[in-house]
Design a protein around this ligand. Structure first.
Ligand SMILES: NC(=O)c1ccc[n+]([C@@H]2O[C@H](COP(=O)([O-])OP(=O)(O)OC[C@H]3O[C@@H](n4cnc5c(N)ncnc54)[C@H](OP(=O)(O)O)[C@@H]3O)[C@@H](O)[C@H]2O)c1
Length: 264
C-alpha cells in the first residue's frame, strides 16, 4: 500500500511504508467527497465521514473500488462536542498516522438576525468552527510531534464578503479563517501547514434549489459559471501535497474570481 511520508522540512513524498491517513469531514458528498477521492488517488488512506450512513458507505466503496483504502464513520458534528466522539472513533479505527485533516463539514440554516434562534447560532458555530477546533486539538499535536502534516479548512467566500441573512454562518466561517492563522502560529514551526480554501458558488447538493436564482449572479463572475466540487477538491489536494510545502496560513479563494472583481 502506498503511503505519504514527510521529511523534517514538512515536505512529503509517497513511500511504501505505514499507511498515512487523511481525515475528511463531510466527505459523503460534494466538495468533501471530491477531496476524499482525490486524496485517495494521491495515496492516502481516507477516513470518510458524514451524517448519512448510506452516502458514507457509497464513497468508501468508491475509493476501495478504485484500488484505494478507506474507512467510513458516521458522525453529526452539529452538537457542542460531537467532534470529540469522532476523534475517538478515528483513533480507534486507523492503523497509521493522520497526516492530513480536512475540516470540510459545514453549513447552517440562514435567517435574518432577529429570526436566528440560539440553537441556530450554536449549530453554526459548533459545525463550522468548534468541530474544526476540536479536531485540530485532537490531531495537530501528533502531526507536530512527527514534524509533518497538513490541515485544510474549508471556509467560504462569505467569510470575507457579506450577504444579508447569514450573519451566524458567516461569523463562524470568519472564525475558522482566523483560526487558520492561529494554528499556523501554533503548529507551523513544528512542520504542520494549515491553510483555508474559500469556495464561492459550487454546484453541490446545498445549492440545488438556488441554481435558477443564481444564474444571473454566476454570469457576472470572471469564470462565468459556478464551480464543480472537483475544482475545490483539487485545491484541497494541492494544499495537502508536497507541491504546497512552503504555503502556510493562506486563504485560497476558489470562486471563479468573485473575490477580485466587482459585479458590474
Ligand atoms: N457549495 C458551495 O457553494 C459552498 C460555498 C462556500 C462554502 N462551502 C463550504 O464547503 C463545505 C462543503 O459544502 P458542500 O457544498 O460540499 O456541501 P454538501 O454537498 O451538502 O456536503 C456537505 C457534507 O458535509 C456533511 N455534513 C453536513 N452537515 C453535517 C453535520 N451537521 N455533521 C457532519 N457532517 C455534516 C454532509 O454529510 P451528509 O451528506 O452525509 O449529511 C456532506 O458530506 C461546507 O463547509 C460549506 O460551508 C460550500
Amino acid at each position: 500500500m502506498k503511503s505519504v511520508a514527510g521529511d523534517e522540512n514538512g515536505r512529503s513524498e509517497v513511500s511504501e511504508s505505514a499507511p498515512s491517513w487523511a481525515l475528511v469531514t463531510g466527505s459523503s458528498n460534494g466538495i468533501g467527497r471530491a477531496a476524499a477521492l482525490g486524496l485517495a488517488a494521491d495515496g492516502y488512506s481516507v477516513v470518510v465521514t458524514g451524517r448519512s450512513a448510506q452516502r458514507v458507505e457509497e464513497v468508501r466503496g468508491q475509493i476501495e473500488g478504485a484500488g484505494g483504502r478507506a474507512i467510513g464513520l458516521v458522525a453529526d458534528l452539529s452538537g457542542p462536542s460531537a467532534a470529540r466522539g469522532l476523534a475517538e472513533q478515528v483513533r480507534d479505527a486507523v492503523d497509521g498516522p493522520v497526516d492530513v485533516l480536512v475540516n470540510n463539514a459545514g453549513g447552517g440554516s440562514f435567517a435574518p438576525t432577529e429570526a436566528t434562534s440560539d440553537e441556530m447560532f450554536d449549530v453554526a458555530f459548533n459545525l463550522n468552527a468548534k468541530a474544526p477546533f476540536i479536531l485540530v486539538g485532537a490531531f495537530a499535536p501528533g502531526m507536530a510531534e512527527r514534524g509533518r502534516g497538513a490541515i485544510i479548512n474549508v471556509g467560504s467566500l462569505s467569510s470575507t464578503m457579506a450577504t444579508a441573512g447569514t450573519a451566524a454562518f458567516q461569523a463562524a466561517k470568519g472564525a475558522l479563517s482566523m483560526m487558520t492563522k492561529s494554528w499556523t502560529a501554533e503548529y507551523g514551526p513544528r512542520g504542520v501547514r494549515v491553510n483555508t480554501v474559500d469556495p464561492g458558488f459550487v454546484l453541490t447538493a446545498v445549492n440545488e434549489d438556488f441554481r435558477p436564482a443564481f444564474a444571473n449572479y454566476l454570469s457576472t463572475l470572471p469564470a462565468g459559471r459556478g464551480g464543480d466540487p472537483e475544482e475545490v477538491g483539487n485545491a484541497i489536494r494541492f494544499l495537502a501535497s508536497p507541491q504546497a510545502s512552503y504555503i502556510y496560513g493562506v486563504t485560497l479563494a476558489v470562486d471563479g474570481g468573485r473575490n477580485a472583481v466587482v459585479p458590474f
